[in-house]
Design a protein around this ligand. Structure first.
Ligand code: COA
Ligand code: AMP
Length: 629
């Protein structure tokens, strides 16, 4: 008999080496590990498969070709924005990746070097990522919606040898040239990569008139295919930057062996997606979901993976998800709550879903932000499929909590992310570090060591890792989320405990936006909060206080501030609302009461701390958001 969920969790917690060792046996190793888990004072988070050597690209691609699956579909590219549909087999993917890896070598990219990838969802982005993995280079993909300054920060931190970029992206029918953004970023950055390879797109080619600019097609045509190299299981596969509580992004480091083991377990255990089936994560390769479930997870598990360059609505309409799910007989579908809300807004009666055969679809998985129960019920009713809200973070690389459909389907509770996955010992703690009672809210933490896949450190910043995640509660990883666990052990993730905000499933730092606002010469001080939004979950809202004696038309100032955030952080911040106020509410020690402002903006209960300096400051803020004080 197959073990049930409780047995699997018990095995992973009582005998982690045996449990994960068995999972890892399903991968191809060039050298078997000496130790499955190294957990000691120097490695509080745990290091997995120490001494082992393998190659991520080999496990995702070559191994399947060698096993006779070369003519099976590996990538399905659906780009409604360009009217393109493309299929690539594992054999063709292997050839392209080996060639591009050869091109990287020709540009002197060595094992351990970083390569920064700035591309929209595309076959080329996936090929570039796998090519890095093939030669042991560390990729760092930057989401296309970030502006030049954010790109420059990442270039300076990762110090890439080479940049690989698309010549343009396409948003809402508009061609967005990437070259000006990249040129500006390179001018801002202190680090200078040796070169830049452009994938030239016909609708918006880049100017390749500089000696260090190269053309993807020419490179791949002339390159000598490169073989996979062995890397240590503990070597980084990639760095992915995400927002933290400061303006400086955190470079999440992902190791190789642990990550592949965790992903390969999740493809069966959570997503119930047998090899040969089609998996679709409607995310972007610039986010962690894209890394784990557009690229590595499905390919590792020999699934065809859909790469979608479009939006849930408007490309061309709210039926695109249903149409593609039916067209490709997708087995497991991963999306974001905000995408479901966008479809619901555009097509509340689900007319666009009619007539599409979803019979092969096992379930819909949602993550990136809390799924509001109403949207969850709406999509469940429309499709007749289980809808699994599951919780994870860029840091963790895979789900902390989910409903493990491949093992045992548990009753779904709207508003909950279900149950902890193997290796995740989740607790809710109060300020003193005591476990709160079931149903009571606390900081959600995971007991150390963390399971494989979770980030062991931050790039260039191990001390910041300790400070952000390990210092607050000894022996635990602080997730940064708060919520509660009910009597059945279901985990409800309700809110962040820090200044991270979540806009349309995109994680942003309110401090980063505040830094941009504060740089305006008219601004004395400011606060940015994430206010509830029906479509995007949250949107950033800025409150600014003018310097004494400044005279500026409010409309002009607002327009300048909105433009500054767009130029400095990027359109993805979706920053549109900023208000001038006389004062910001603060505690007596001078801390801005962002949480109180957010509660006022959201229209719910407002808890005003007793330490507030001057309660009268709140009146104009209530008025601003149309509420009585
Ligand atoms: N390159 C350049 N600009 C980009 C971009 C990219 N890759 N991605 C987004 N943008 C721009 C958008 O065009 C928009 O610009 P605008 O201010 O000129 O309109 C802005 O950034 C905000 O984008 P977005 O938040 O995506 O809003 P939207 O109105 O375009 O679309 C949704 C709304 C809900 C349809 C969209 O946010 C969505 O599909 N979200 C799902 C997110 C997701 O899957 N996340 C993965 C986590 S699992
Ligand atoms: P990111 O690192 O961009 O994936 O964002 C991670 C953060 O998104 C988490 O810390 C949560 O705040 C939020 N998040 C992700 N998935 C969920 C979920 N299913 N429910 C509630 N919040 C979520």
């Amino acid at each position: 008999m197959r073990p049930d969920y409780r047995e699997i969790r018990e095995a992973a917690s009582a005998r982690p080496e045996e449990f994960w060792g068995q999972v890892a046996n399903g991968l191809h190793w060039d050298r078997r590990w000496d130790k499955v888990l190294l957990h000691d004072a120097d490695n509080p988070v745990g290091r997995w498969f120490v001494g082992g050597e393998l190659n991520a690209c080999f496990n995702c691609v070559d191994r399947h070709v060698q096993a006779g699956h070369g003519d099976h579909i590996a990538l399905i590219y659906e780009s409604p924005v360009t009217g393109t549909s493309e299929w690539l087999t594992f054999a063709v993917l292997q050839d392209q990746v080996a060639r591009f890896a050869g091109a990287l070598l020709a540009h002197n990219v060595q094992k351990g070097d970083r390569v920064l990838i700035y591309m929209p969802n595309s076959v080329h982005a996936v090929v570039a990522m796998l090519a890095c993995a093939r030669i042991g280079a560390i990729h760092s993909v930057v989401f296309g919606g970030f502006a030049a300054k954010e790109l420059a920060t990442r270039i300076d931190d990762a110090q890439p040898v080479l940049l690989v970029a698309a010549s343009c992206g396409i948003e809402k029918g508009i061609v967005l040239p990437y070259q000006p953004v990249i040129d500006e970023a390179l001018a801002l950055a202190s680090h200078k990569p040796l070169g830049l390879i452009y994938w030239q797109r016909a609708m918006g080619p880049a100017e390749l008139d500089r000696a260090d600019h190269y053309d993807w097609t020419a490179e791949i045509t002339s390159a000598k295919p490169a073989d996979c190299v062995s890397v240590a299981a503990t070597d980084p596969l990639y760095i992915l930057y995400t927002s933290g509580t400061t303006g400086r992004p955190k470079g999440i480091v992902r190791d190789t062996g642990g990550y592949l083991a965790a992903l390969s377990w999740s493809m069966r255990g959570i997503y119930d997606c047998p090899p040969g089936e089609t998996f679709w994560a409607a995310s972007d390769v610039g986010w962690v979901v894209g890394h784990s479930y557009i690229v590595y997870g499905p390919l590792l598990n020999r699934n065809a993976t859909v790469i979608f360059e479009g939006k849930p609505v408007g490309t061309p309409d709210a039926g695109i998800f249903w149409q593609l799910l039916a067209k490709h007989r997708v087995r497991s579908f991963f999306s974001a709550p905000t995408a479901i809300r966008a479809i619901k807004q555009a097509d509340s009666e689900g007319r666009f879903a009619a007539g599409h055969d979803l019979s092969n679809l096992r379930a819909i998985f949602l993550a990136g932000e809390r799924t509001d129960p109403e949207s969850l019920r709406w999509v469940a009713q429309l499709t007749g499929k289980p809808v699994v809200d599951h919780w994870w973070q860029t840091e963790t690389g895979w789900a902390i909590c989910a409903n493990p459909l491949g093992i045992e389907e548990h009753p779904l509770k709207a508003g909950s992310t279900s149950l902890p996955m193997p290796g995740w010992a989740i607790d809710c703690l109060d300020g003193e570090g005591q476990t709160v009672l079931p149903g009571q809210t606390g900081a959600i933490v995971a007991k150390l060591p963390l399971p494989p896949g979770a980030a062991p450190t931050l790039w260039n910043a191990p001390a910041a890792y300790e400070q952000a995640y390990l210092k607050r509660y000894r022996g635990y990883y602080l997730s940064g989320d708060a919520g509660y666990i009910d009597d059945d052990g279901y985990v409800f993730v309700m809110t962040r405990i820090d200044d991270v905000i979540n806009v349309a499933g995109h994680r942003l730092s309110s401090s980063a936006i505040e830094e941009v606002l504060a740089a305006h010469p008219a601004i004395a001080e400011c606060a940015v909060i994430g206010a509830a939004d029906e479509l995007k979950g949250q949107v950033p809202v800025g409150l600014v206080v003018l310097k004494a004696g400044v005279s500026i038309a409010v409309g002009d100032l607002q327009a300048e501030l909105v433009a500054n955030v767009r130029a400095n952080i990027g359109p993805v911040a979706a920053f549109r609302q900023v208000y001038v106020v006389g004062q910001l509410p603060k505690t007596r020690s001078g801390k801005i009461l962002r949480k109180t402002i957010r509660q006022i903006a959201d229209g719910g209960d407002v808890i005003v701390p007793a330490t507030i300096e001057d309660r009268s400051v709140l009146a104009p803020i209530y008025a601003l958001f149309g509420r009585a004080a």
